[in-house]
Design a protein around this ligand. Structure first.
Ligand SMILES: [Zn+2]
Length: 113
């Protein structure tokens, strides 16, 4: 595995940007490999690492198509559906519960109020 050049945080060379910086500029890496990484030392933990891409090889973010929008909406609906009562909970089912809140806590419903 070839080692990437490592730069200190905030000293990225010109022409390179992180994924977030590319997105902020309406760009995406576009399949190019990571060319360098930034590291910020943290006390007591491993360094915070950010990967850098070449801006000149970045491509514009694809505009969202109707099909993609529909697929996303469908995926979001599926994530909101409780697997127990099959209802659309109106929010994404928390992975920690695995069901909607009324199913997870049937005794603490609004009926008590
Ligand atoms: Zn439920």
């Amino acid at each position: 595995m070839a080692a990437l050049p490592v730069y200190p945080w905030s000293l990225a060379p010109d022409g390179l940007a992180t994924y977030r910086q590319l997105r902020a500029a309406g760009l995406r890496p576009g399949g190019q490999p990571v060319v360098a990484q930034l590291e910020r030392r943290r006390r007591g933990r491993g360094p915070l690492v950010a990967y850098l891409y070449r801006i000149d090889r970045a491509k514009p973010v694809r505009p969202m198509t109707a099909a993609k929008r529909a697929a996303l909406a469908k995926a979001n609906t599926a994530r909101r559906r409780c697997p127990q009562c099959r209802r659309d909970a109106g929010y994404v089912i928390p992975a920690s519960l695995g069901t909607c809140t009324p199913c997870a806590y049937p005794d603490t419903g609004q009926r008590a109020a």
